[in-house]
Structures are given as C-alpha cells and as structure tokens.
Design a protein around this ligand. Structure first.
Ligand code: CAA
Length: 387
C-alpha cells in the first residue's frame, strides 16, 4: 500500500524585512546574512497571526469539502503553542469546519513536530486506509532583537494532507532516527523567545544528519546516486548546504552537481521566509517541487528532519504522477512576491507588539489581509475570525 503526501499548502504573513537592510542596521556586512546564512528576506508576523491562523490560512488553500469530510486525524506540530493545555489542533479543526468525529491534538519536539505527526499518520493510514490525515507544522521563530539568532527568525505554516495512493510523494518504508538529550536550543516556560547555543546547535544538526543518513544508507543499500534530491530542515538555508556537502564531498562530480542544483531549488522559498521551525522541511519540499527543472514522476527525494533538544530523522519518498500539477502552480511564488516590505524600525515595533499581546486587547485586524485572523483575547480566551 502506498502512503504519503497528497497535498501541501503554505501560508506566512504579508510582511517581510529585507535582510541586507537588517544587516546594515546591525552593523554587519550584508554578505553575512545573504551568503553566510543564505537568507534574503525574513517574514515579519503581526499580532493578528498566530500558529492557529497561519495553519488555517495554509490549509484553506488545499482542502476541498471532500478532503475535509475524509480527515480522521489532525496533528499539530508546533513549538510556539498558544495555550499550555488546549491544543492548537482543536481550534484549527473547528475553524476549518472539520467533522467533530476526529482525533485532534498537538505534538512537540522543537522543529521535529510535523515529522513526528507524519510518522504517526503513516501508522494511522495503514489501519484506516479510507481516511486522510492533516498534519500542521506552524511556528513563529523568535530569538530576540539584536541577538545573534535574530537573523534566523521567520514564521509561517505548512499544512500537509496525507493519504493512501497520494498524488505527490509516496514514502519508502525505511526511516532512521535518533533521540539524544542535549541543550542546543530551548525555550523556558516563562519566555516567548528561544535560547540557543548557536554554534553548538549547528554542529549538533550536522552530527545528527551524519548519524541518521549513514544508518539509512547502511540499512537500505542506497547511495547518494540513488537520490534525485536531498532536502533538509532549514533554520537558515546555509545550514542545509553544510549538511549536503557532507554527502557531496564523497559523491561523484556528476551526482554532487545534480544534488547541489536541486538543493538550490529547495531553498528558494526558505531563503525568502526565514525559519518556520516545524514547517521548514516541508516548505523546502514545496520549494523543490515548484522550482526544480529536472524532477519527474519516479524521482526519489531524501528528507532530513531535525528538532533541537534533539531528534533527527532521515526518510525518503518517490514522486507520483500528480506532482506535476503542484510543480506548475505558481501561487506560492506570487504570494511571496506580493508581500509588503517593512522597515527595520517597523519590524522592531511589530516584534515588540507580539511580545505584549495581553488579555482584553483588540488587535488591528484591518491591517491584515489574511482570511483567518486573531482578533484579540477576551476573558483569557483567544478570539479567532474567518473572513
Ligand atoms: N560574506 C559572506 N559570508 C560571511 C560574511 C560576509 N561578509 N561574514 C560572515 N560570513 C559567514 C561566516 O563565515 C559564517 O559562515 P560559515 O558558517 O560557513 O563559517 C556565516 O556567515 C555566519 O557567520 P557567524 O557564524 O559569524 O554568525 P553568527 O555568530 O551570527 O551565528 C548562527 C550564526 C549560529 C546561525 C546564529 O544566527 C544562530 O544562533 N541562529 C539560531 C540557531 C540555529 O539556527 N541553529 C541551527 C541548528 S539548530 C536547528 O536547526 C533547529 C532550529 O531550527 C533552531
């Protein structure tokens, strides 16, 4: 039985800050952000968007009434939770008009959450082959103004619909994974911004990739030449390039060139959005499918997921005939091109406002064109609106 990704939707805010301008404001060479980190634009998330609204805005782009009726499980991967108890999945399922006869819950392991959801979806679909599963990866990446992590912020959501006989990508059976308790990146309960050991986290990412990729090729007998593309969790896009180089330095020049070319296609969207933690790997998949000129039905893609703290997983899948419809869809590229630039000063104001959303506030929804918005908090209850 083939199980995999049937549809992928993506949403971010309509605002971004230019990374060259942010670099200058922080007394850095623009080349450090543009080339050294591989980031050109960074999504700026207004107070009227949180992980629930971002997720609904992503899902609304892909779900038909038939899909909605077939969804039996909603798993919400996030590390930007909006409540210590109630899951973002229950809010999103209700706002999207899904049936109440479903399971809906949130899952957390840093940026690995959506991959954990996908792993669970595979088991669920094996037992319930007529159903569909909706997995979200939605986050707002915040490190703090003028910190070294600031240049690797961003935000948005990916909605992944999984099914039997999927249109886009059918998973290969084998996955390899590794969990190890380390302190590379974390967010204590009293903070809205993450704490990070930046250099250590980047090295941990590479170590986890080496271990799970080596295990994968050992257990499957596949080599780098068997992959048409390798894609990565992209906290900043240079991070994925560093991991890719660990593979290409041992590959033939032809394989190295081809994997590098596909990697460039896979980082285009992420370069213009920034980190979206749980959604990052799946935005990179979307970027690959919509910007590669070489992939075709039957191409094999390897995916590396990393969540600090830490969990890593390597898995793969084969493109299905239906991927060409997604490949030809220019909606995401158009949406990213039509966003509005904000100055560094405006970004700083929006950032501060995001830290100060409090009970009793009405938020400025007239400034936000998204269909789903957070209107405020009344009696400690989040108020959402679908327009
Ligand atoms: N032109 C071109 N390149 C330049 C340059 C210039 N003018 N100036 C500097 N550079 C290069 C540097 O050589 C360096 O490249 P290499 O890494 O290839 O050596 C790169 O720009 C970055 O420079 P620094 O290392 O000096 O940058 P920094 O001290 O500001 O830290 C960072 C960078 C560690 C990534 C920091 O932004 C950070 O802590 N980010 C958050 C943590 C993170 O993203 N970790 C990734 C792994 S953890 C994970 O994946 C989970 C997750 O999502 C958080």
């Amino acid at each position: 039985m083939k199980i995999g990704i049937d549809k992928i939707g993506f949403a971010t805010s309509n605002l971004y800050v230019d990374m060259a301008k942010l670099a200058r404001a922080r007394n850095e060479e623009p080349g450090k952000y543009l080339v050294g980190l591989g980031q050109s634009k960074m999504a700026v998330i207004p107070t009227t968007q949180d992980v629930v609204t971002l997720a609904c805005n992503a899902a609304e782009k892909i779900l038909t009434p038939e899909d909605k009726a077939e969804i039996g499980l909603v798993i919400f991967g996030t590390e930007s939770g909006i409540d210590n108890s109630k899951s973002a999945a229950v809010y999103a399922a209700d706002l999207l008009g899904l049936s109440e006869k479903i399971r809906a819950f949130e899952i957390k392991q840093a940026c690995y959450g959506a991959t954990a959801g996908i792993a669970m979806a595979r088991g669920y679909l094996t037992l319930n082959p007529t159903k569909k599963v909706l997995v979200f990866g939605a986050d707002i990446a915040r490190y703090g103004l003028k910190t070294s992590g600031e240049s690797t912020q961003g935000g948005g959501a990916v909605a992944v619909l999984l099914s039997v006989d999927p249109s886009i990508l059918a998973f290969d059976p084998k996955t390899t994974y590794l969990a190890r308790d380390i302190m590379d990146f974390w967010r204590p309960l009293d903070r809205k911004e993450a704490l990070v050991e930046g250099k250590y986290s980047s090295q941990a990412y590479l170590d986890f990739f080496t271990e799970v990729y080596t295990d994968y090729v050992k257990q499957t007998g596949l080599t780098s030449a068997d992959f048409d593309a390798l894609i990565f969790h992209l906290p900043y896009t240079k991070m994925g390039l560093k991991a890719l180089r660990l593979v290409t330095e041992k590959a033939t020049p032809e394989v190295a060139e081809s994997l590098t070319e596909e990697f460039e296609a896979s980082r285009l969207y992420n370069r213009n959005v920034g980190n979206l933690y749980t959604g990052s790997l799946y935005l990179s998949l979307l970027s690959l499918l919509q910007n590669s000129t070489k992939l075709q039905s039957g191409s094999r893609i390897g995916l590396f997921s990393y969540g600090s703290g830490a969990q890593g997983e390597f898995f793969s899948g084969v493109l299905q005939d239906g991927f060409t419809a997604l490949a030809n869809d220019q909606t995401v590229a158009t949406m990213l091109a039509q966003r509005q630039e904000v100055s560094v000063a405006e970004y700083e104001q929006i950032y501060q406002a995001g830290l100060n959303v409090k009970n009793g506030m009405q938020l400025p929804i007239e400034d936000d064109p998204a269909p789903y918005v957070l209107t405020g908090i009344q009696d400690h209850q989040l108020q959402y609106l679908k327009r």
